[in-house]
Design a protein around this ligand. Structure first.
Ligand SMILES: Nc1ncnc2c1ncn2[C@@H]1O[C@H](COP(=O)(O)OP(=O)(O)OP(=O)(O)O)[C@@H](O)[C@H]1O
Ligand SMILES: [Mg+2]
Length: 244
């Protein structure tokens, strides 16, 4: 890990996300430098998923600006957000359990790539995650939780994103699998990916990230180098105590 400053790849300015009268995100500004892992931590209902949903084009932000590599990508619909380089691994993974591993990958990529290129891209992901290669023809619903998370990662990586948006990748997994998923996150990062990681497991998130933001009630309350936040008494009291 290095703290060397890099150009921001993703810049979010004064983002507001609302569902009717519920103001889930209230003026969030943050940036993710190219090649870094930035984490966004915070309690249930803080607005973490809402931020990622707005970035991935699943929910149009009410106000604010999002730039990727300098280009305005605010409020793009999902398929255009993917094409622009924003790829989401959603909370709960959203795997199609009654389809095979391969069908899940084909469905994710077929609108974007010609069949030959898509198959080559799927082969590449099956080499990256050999267990998916072995289970390529099996129903995705028969995979373990950790394997389903790998499938969700593979699906997002098919698009060769400029930035990978991870929403609670540790959710619902045993400690051993959580460790494996985080090793995967670090591996993907070493291969050059820029990552915005949303996590409730603050300890793990702060251990892999370069920079961190803390979100509460739709607003950022703290930010800084992840190592420093991990030492901050306020973060320790709220997020790192009690055997998290
Ligand atoms: N589709 C929706 N319709 C109405 N309200 C919503 C919707 N999605 C989220 N909210 C509300 O917006 C706020 C932020 O929710 P969000 O899911 O973004 O939080 P979160 O930080 O991801 O929480 P968690 O850690 O539980 O995943 C909450 O008050 C939530 O109830
Ligand atoms: Mg969430």
């Amino acid at each position: 890990m290095s703290d060397a400053p890099a150009l921001p790849l993703l810049e979010i300015e004064d983002l507001h996300v609302a569902y009717g009268h519920v103001e889930a995100v209230r003026g969030v500004s943050l940036s993710v430098p190219e090649g870094s892992i930035v984490t966004l931590i915070g309690p249930n209902g803080a607005g973490k998923t809402s931020i990622l949903s707005a970035l991935a084009g699943l929910h149009r932000p009410r106000a604010g600006t999002v730039r990727l590599g300098g280009a305005d990508v605010t409020g793009l619909p999902a398929h255009r957000a993917v094409a622009a380089g924003l790829s989401l691994v959603p909370e709960g993974r959203a795997i199609l359990g009654r389809m095979t591993v391969e069908e899940n990958l084909v469905l994710a990529g077929e609108r974007r790539q010609p069949p030959g290129a898509l198959l080559a891209a799927i082969d590449e992901q099956c080499r990256r995650f050999p267990i998916l290669g072995e289970r390529r023809g099996q129903l995705a619903g028969s995979l373990s939780g950790g394997q389903q998370q790998m499938l969700a990662f593979a699906r997002a990586l098919l698009a060769r994103p400029r930035i990978l948006l991870l929403d609670e990748p540790s959710m619902g997994l045993s400690p051993i699998l959580v460790g494996q998923i985080f090793e995967m996150v670090e591996q993907i990062h070493r291969e050059g990916a820029t990552i915005l990681l949303v996590e409730q497991n603050a300890r793990l998130a702060l251990s892999v990230a370069h920079h961190a933001y803390v979100l509460e009630h739709g607003k950022l309350v703290l930010s800084g180098p992840a190592r420093e936040l991990a030492e901050d008494p306020r973060v320790q009291a709220a997020y790192l105590g009690g055997g998290h």
